[in-house]
Write a protein that binds this ligand. Sequence first.
Ligand code: ADP
Ligand code: MG
Length: 622
Amino acid sequence: MALQQGNISIHAQNIMPIIKRWLYSDKDIFIRELVSNGCDAITKQKMLTPGSEDEYKVTVTVDEKAGEIRFSDNGIGMTADEVEKYINQVAFSGAEEFLKNYEGDDKGGIIGHFGLGFYSAFMVADQVTIETLSGSEGAAAVRWVSEDGMAFTMSEGSRTTRGTDIILHISEEEKEFADEFRVRQVLNRYCGFMNTPVYLEVVKEEAPKAEAAEGEEAPSIEVKEPERINPNAALWLKAPKDCTEEEYKQFYRDVFHTYEDPLFYVHLNVDYPFNLKGILYFPKLTNDFGTREGEIKLFSGQVFVADNIKEVIPEFLMLLKGVIDCPDLPLNVSRSFLQNDGYVKKLSAYITRKVADKLTGLFNTERDKYEGYWEDIHPFVKYGCMRDNKFFDQVKDTLLYKTTGGAHVTLSEYLSKNEGKLDGKKVIYTSDPTRQSASIAQYEAEGVDVVVMDALIDLNFVSFMEYSAGVEGLSFARVDADAATFQKEVSEDEKQQHQADEKVLADLFTAATGNSDLTVQLTALKDTSMPGMLVQDEQGRRFSEMGKIYGQDFKLPERYTLVLNADNAVVKSLIQQEAGEQRDLLAAQLYDLARMSTRPLEKEEITAFLSRSNKLLEMLCK
Ligand code: ADP
Ligand code: MG
């Protein structure tokens, strides 16, 4: 057989059902597509006749009664040949062909890519009419009508001015779209920043002509002014050096409908190696981390595409608010392919790097300001560090720790300041400054700084830092993890005596408290006024806290050590005293006092504590 070559032909009959059912996941995007086509037609006209005084606009008219939506523009229009070529051939993009043939310099601003947008109209309409008049010389108006996007009629049109009307008769099943509020909502969502003025016009039912009685006013007919959908400029397209602080703030308030100001922002602006513009804002923390959702709007050439696209914006950045515009991303169609796209990965890495640059920049040049922001941004930054190695590498030296004294220090500042006061490279923290104030005071008395780690994320973050910070032997310990720092040096003899007494006390305390899991340790503490403290091994405590957070069914036994002070008068007396009620009561009381400095007592524990206190007072007065 002789060699044959040719093109596979696609028949509308085969492709229309696919477009209708699969191509677009949301039906409402037909509005976006038709408004974009109007904007494109205007952009083309502007390119052909630069400097023209025409008042360009796209108007969307909703006629609820007639069940129609009309998209009207005064752009370039189409000749009969062009309708034949661009409309009758599905997937033949006139936008792309126009750019290929156009010789001018400024090729930006055209939205269309695929030549499929127009056909999205058939997802909701049972009849689509095009009325168009091309601006080219001698062109005649054309009307094109189709009910299913497959069969059409073309005839002489009725338009008398240059431009195009696309009229959709909405089908019975999709009636919800023939509705002023629905259309406004969709327009606001997708078209709020398009580069051409877009208006919404509503056809109101004519008020019945009532016979105005003598002396009465005739009923007024309500005429609604067309309403501008995109009054705000796309600030992200402006050069960062030309944007003022107030503009950034106002834009934030407009776009996110808030009265709050953001903390600060990052303006992304690159043309090469990819085209990416956008502004990311760091919002003030409003409620607890975890329940907070950011909002990043993704645009493609000023046309809104979707919120929070995880493929393009790293997940941890989703806590921010902002806009990202990537005109080269073919987002109109499917998102699934984005996941493994190298280009998308580069974009995402770039965005992350810019955010990290902003943080390190602030840290290096405006440390005061940066410290002021820390309370609001730290959960986000920490989360980012744990999610993204590269991000962590970039910002790790700018991570701050707030001390109970209100200062903000970096890890290396902390370690060098407290060097020699603690064994090894250790960071002492509190997860609850109020509850743990007694233990904090102990450290402060030793001149050791305690940092506050009270956010939900800190539990994971301390473990993360221990193995990722790259500091040999780094460990974090909560203020009540051990009493090592407060111990006094003692002689060998004393040590032996303590060991003997320890056995006596262990028996006493396990009996008096009914807690057989309790470990009792006797040692000399520097502060003689303190009878004892309850400590809980750091790793064991973290483990059981994790279990609680992740809702494990089995309950890990909580192991505590009661550290008793051999130099304290009460403890000394307990060792000497004869067995009896008073001794048991004192031991139980001492145990409760130690417990209370780490956690609130339970209901029954409080009752027991109060009645025991009363009893002890009575004994004192005998
Ligand atoms: P795309 O916009 O991706 O090129 P569409 O299916 O949305 O594909 O539109 C196909 C073509 O039809 C456009 O490229 C354009 O040439 C033409 N067209 C559609 N709407 C209009 C309009 N309002 N004015 C002028 N031409 C239009
Ligand atoms: Mg289009």
